[in-house]
Design a protein around this ligand. Structure first.
Ligand SMILES: Cc1ncc(COP(=O)(O)O)c(C=O)c1O
Length: 392
């Protein structure tokens, strides 16, 4: 790795986070973190694990009760034909899941087609595996979904895999069952793998969440990846899981898991177990509240941004990915990128954290992302502040 890592970019999200630490009384709509706290089922299980002295080494792929619980969940909720619990591995958050999966599957020079725009660490992990991320634009006119003909045209003899992320961060597009059937057909026609990043499976407002790994013959060539971060408000606890059917690839992924963390924190795994086996109504409560915050934010931004920031409500995830009007003139001396210019203006003049669309890919330029999973007061404060900036 060494010097090779110089060619792997850092996410602009980190640059924004550092900028936000210097802002007094900021509105943190930049980070993809929910304002909810982890449910009591998680907290009680964590506390119990402390009392039970669960502080020793545990299995690399996860403590057996958690592995069994998430395997059962993937079978029943996601319809994935997990055969043996051994196919499942627990990771230190979704980003680690993406890292171990890409390191375990990819060869140097393999091309991986991925959606543009997309959460930047996905492309970073592909690059860190010495593979080549190949962006394929999501079309705003299609509700931020792929044109599948365009997707298939991006396939070359070097293509090894397609990275899908539905619901999508940052644009909120949700792939339909027909989209996923089309992607599955492309994968089968060209003998490709699929990384299926389902981090936002529980945050769907319109349509349904379907795992491509549930389709006939697809689990064999798909690595589905899930996280506790969004569904159980456990972003800081770092817990996620994935499944790999192919024994050779699974062994490689397991080695990367071992050499990066040995195992995920024992306490955190017990906490997550409490979440999965406990009352699931909290997941639906989160989704309902996020839907209300989505409406609040979109109703507010119409008035606050006076046509300068516009866009349709997302079908899933918890981000507003808004288009910057062509007739908006950036302040003098602003960055060349219009989305960076808008971001810097809203942070410096309005104290409102947001992320430039170009950070998610070239197709995201001229857009800006706000996270509406913050609490209502923070959203209202941010909207007032945005309004003042645009009036000014
Ligand atoms: C698309 C996507 N995948 C995966 C993740 C991973 O989240 P975590 O590492 O917190 O589990 C995120 C987090 O924002 C995400 O947006």
């Amino acid at each position: 790795m060494g010097a090779f890592l110089d060619s792997v970019p850092f996410s602009g999200i980190i640059r924004i986070r550092d900028m936000m630490y210097g802002v007094d009384k900021p509105f943190r709509l930049d980070q993809g973190d929910v304002s909810f706290d982890a449910p009591d089922t998680v907290k009680q299980a964590l506390i119990q694990a402390v009392h039970d002295n669960r502080s020793h080494y545990v299995q690399t792929t996860g403590i057996p009760p958690l592995v069994s619980a998430v395997a059962a969940k993937m079978r029943s909720k996601n319809g994935i034909p997990i055969g043996n619990d051994e196919e499942v591995m627990v990771t230190a958050g979704g980003i680690h899941g993406v890292y171990v999966a890409t390191q375990g599957l990819l060869e140097p020079g393999d091309e991986v087609i991925f959606p543009d725009p997309l959460w930047p660490p996905a492309a970073g992990c592909i690059q860190a595996a010495h593979a080549v991320p190949v962006p394929c634009p999501l079309r705003e006119s299609l509700g931020w979904r792929w044109d599948l003909d365009e997707l298939e045209r991006a396939v070359t003899p070097k293509t090894r895999a397609i990275y899908i992320n539905s619901p999508n961060n940052p644009a909120g597009g949700v792939l339909t069952r027909a989209d996923l059937e089309g992607i599955a057909a492309i994968a089968q026609r060209h003998d490709l793998w699929v990384f299926s990043d389902e981090a936002y499976e529980d945050v769907v407002f319109e349509g349904e969440h379907v795992s491509i790994a549930s389709f006939p013959g697809m689990y064999e060539r798909t690595i589905p990846i899930y996280t506790f971060s969004k569904s159980y408000a456990m972003t800081g606890l770092r817990l996620a899981y994935l499944a790999v059917k192919d024994p050779a690839v699974r062994d490689r992924v397991r080695k990367v898991l071992f050499y990066t963390v040995s195992s995920v924190s024992s306490l955190v795994q017990y906490g997550g177990l409490g979440g999965v086996v406990g009352d699931q109504s909290v997941v639906e409560q989160f989704r309902t509240e996020l839907g209300a915050r989505r409406d609040l934010f979109y109703d507010g931004i119409r008035d606050a941004a006076r046509g300068i920031l516009t866009g349709d409500k997302p079908a899933g995830a918890f981000y507003a990915f808004l288009r910057i009007a062509d007739d908006w003139t950036p302040p003098k001396g602003a960055a060349d990128s219009r989305s960076w210019a808008m971001t810097e203006m809203l942070i410096s003049r309005g104290r409102v954290g947001c992320i430039p669309g170009v950070d998610f890919g070239a197709n995201g330029e001229n857009h800006i992302r706000f996270c509406f999973a913050r609490d209502r007061k923070e959203l209202e404060g941010a909207l007032e502040s945005i309004k003042a900036v645009f009036r000014g």
